[in-house]
Write a protein that binds this ligand. Sequence first.
Ligand SMILES: C[S@@+](CC[C@H](N)C(=O)[O-])C[C@H]1O[C@@H](n2cnc3c(N)ncnc32)[C@H](O)[C@@H]1O
Length: 253
Amino acid sequence: MTEPLTPTRGAMKAGDAHLQAYFSDETERRALTQAMFNEAASGYDSAEALTALGSGSWYRREVLRREGLKPGMQVLDVAAGTGLVTAEALALAGPQGRVIALDPSPGMLAELRRKLSCETIEAYAESIPLPDRQVDFLSMGYALRHVGDLDRAFAEYWRVLKPGGKACIMEISRPASRLGRMLLKFHIGVLVPLLARLSGRHADVKRLWAYYGDTIEAAVDPETVMSALRRAGFSDVRCGVTLGIFREYTGTK
Ligand SMILES: C[S@@+](CC[C@H](N)C(=O)[O-])C[C@H]1O[C@@H](n2cnc3c(N)ncnc32)[C@H](O)[C@@H]1O
């Protein structure tokens, strides 16, 4: 299923100032991230395994399970990419369930379809081509920093969820301490490129991982994310944190 993509020209959020070297408006951001993810698609899973900044299949499944993804549920995985969250959602929803994977990058979705059998939609979080009240559970893994307009995306999450449905957003946050930030920068900027070069996958993901380091610096703070979820209408909005950087934001419709 392929739907037209409608850019939100001009929408920029707090933190994007750190990324001005890369783009100056939402249209440029979308062009850049599309190009980077298409280019990195085939090397994404191995690079992700090296960085563990996702942090692996076990963690993704554990978050979904803990937040209530159950057999038989209708699930939308936003920013599905190569399907690292989608695969875990499929396993938890089981044969009676239905999982739809949404992502704007044709390259990432092509990788997903090579591994998984589920419906895919080429679209942005801010404009989801699904009717109202379609899904019981909406997941998003490690893509919030690429969304220019949180209010628009969360309004869409609210719209497509059934009453009682849950949104569950995994994201990395900027470490609070200077030492934590230095260690993370070293991990992303030095250690990971070295390991990627040794594994022979450096060229595919080089540009994406350089950008990644800077997006963590530009990450929106947890209170801003939670306020945006509340503004969209979500109740029982929470933010769990593991190891000081792995966040899971949840809200119920
Ligand atoms: C780091 S990957 C995450 C993939 C997967 N969820 C995971 O856990 O590994 C980020 C994905 O977000 C997608 N993306 C970027 N901007 C987006 C937007 N505005 N709405 C939805 N997805 C977006 C990219 O195409 C990319 O596939």
